[in-house]
Write a protein that binds this ligand. Structure first.
Ligand code: UDP
Ligand code: MG
Length: 320
């Protein structure tokens, strides 16, 4: 019988050879004890250590394990995206491979999606076991993301441990450093019931963190682009067109005013500089040219967004 699975557990990993056997065993024990059918999806993000060999060995004895390996390191978002595409369980859980997240949280996460009807439950590492150099920027990141996204009930957007309804992961796409904003992306896609669960967090047992300061900076840049695309992505002309029109109009009004001054001076026989001798005229000229450029940019962006398939990826709420 081909029963639908309760859970797909997606684990992105990059050089985590030491943790994998323990993680697979722990996940299996928790699911078995709680009578949850599951598949464990390891996405090897181009590891250069023995991770893949370890996975092959595990696969020999664990029929619930599926794994894919990238040719090179594409980043955590790409790994998650691939895991999302492969997932088929009613509930999809993501967790880090390094045993910092606890598989013991799985049953409660599952329950909140299935019983309480959440679209997404994000873990909150309330007591973190990471150095201050990491927790401080994270605090800042979380408060900025909270205020920009309007998702004010989350404290820990970037927690690797999260649970989703299957439909959610099938409706979103993440790349670059966007895994940090999955709740935001899910909200943009129309999934509003987003909750949080305090989860245990252990210090890293083996290996070392893969994320440094530069990823934080890239992360902030991604945040700006996500918001921009989310707000104007479908109709870029609304943004560029408005800016262009304002700039053009400002330049036009200044020019008219200069011409009017000159005409008034002529009619009253007073001395007044020619329009083209006024510095203000050149400012107006720049504003007019910039206005036209913005308009053209909007036009090109509109063409690009029309040709992208994403444009038709509207989320259907229900069908009767
Ligand atoms: N990871 C990945 N690709 C990368 C970097 C990290 O798949 O390019 C995985 C990593 O193996 C781990 C998870 O993403 O399973 C979180 O990474 P890490 O533990 O280094 O992050 P931290 O806990 O320090 O935030
Ligand atoms: Mg970690």
């Amino acid at each position: 019988m081909n029963r639908k699975l309760d859970l797909s557990i997606v684990v992105p990993l990059y050089n985590e050879e030491e943790s994998l056997p323990e993680l697979a065993e722990w996940v299996d024990r928790v699911c078995w004890e709680n009578k949850l059918s599951y598949e464990l999806i390891f996405v090897d993000d181009g590891s250069t250590d023995r991770s893949w060999t370890v996975i092959e060995d595990l696969k020999a004895t664990n029929p619930s394990l599926t794994a894919v390996k990238f040719r090179r390191n594409y980043g955590k978002s790409a790994a998650l995206n691939t895991g999302f595409a492969m997932a088929s369980g009613d509930v999809v859980i993501t967790m880090d491979a390094d045993l910092q997240d606890s598989p013991d949280e799985i049953p409660e996460l599952y329950r909140r999606i299935v019983v309480e009807g959440y679209d997404l439950i994000s873990g909150w590492k309330k007591e973190r076991h990471d150095p201050l150099s990491k927790t401080l920027p994270t605090k800042l990141f979380n408060s900025v993301t909270r205020s920009m996204s309007g998702i004010d009930n989350l404290h820990d957007f970037n927690c690797g441990l999260k649970a989703y309804r299957l439909e959610v992961v099938k409706s979103i796409e993440v790349y670059g450093e966007m895994h940090r904003y999955i709740p935001v992306i899910a909200k943009w896609a129309g999934f509003k019931k987003i909750g949080e669960q305090v989860v245990k967090h252990y210090p890293r047992k083996y290996g070392k963190t893969k994320f440094g300061m530069s990823r934080f900076i890239n992360g902030f840049l991604d945040l700006i682009s996500i918001f921009f695309v989310g707000k104007f992505g479908k109709r870029p002309m609304h943004f560029f067109g408005t800016m262009g029109a304002l700039s053009f109009f400002a330049g036009f009004v200044i020019t008219l005013w200069l011409v009017y001054q000159k005409l008034a001076a002529i009619s009253s026989h007073t001395e007044y500089r020619d329009v083209v001798d006024q510095p203000l005229f050149y400012l107006a000229l720049v504003a007019i040219i910039v206005g036209c450029q913005l308009f053209l940019t909007g036009f090109v962006a509109e063409l690009v967004s029309r040709s992208s398939s994403e444009r038709n990826n509207y989320q259907i709420d229900r069908v009767i």
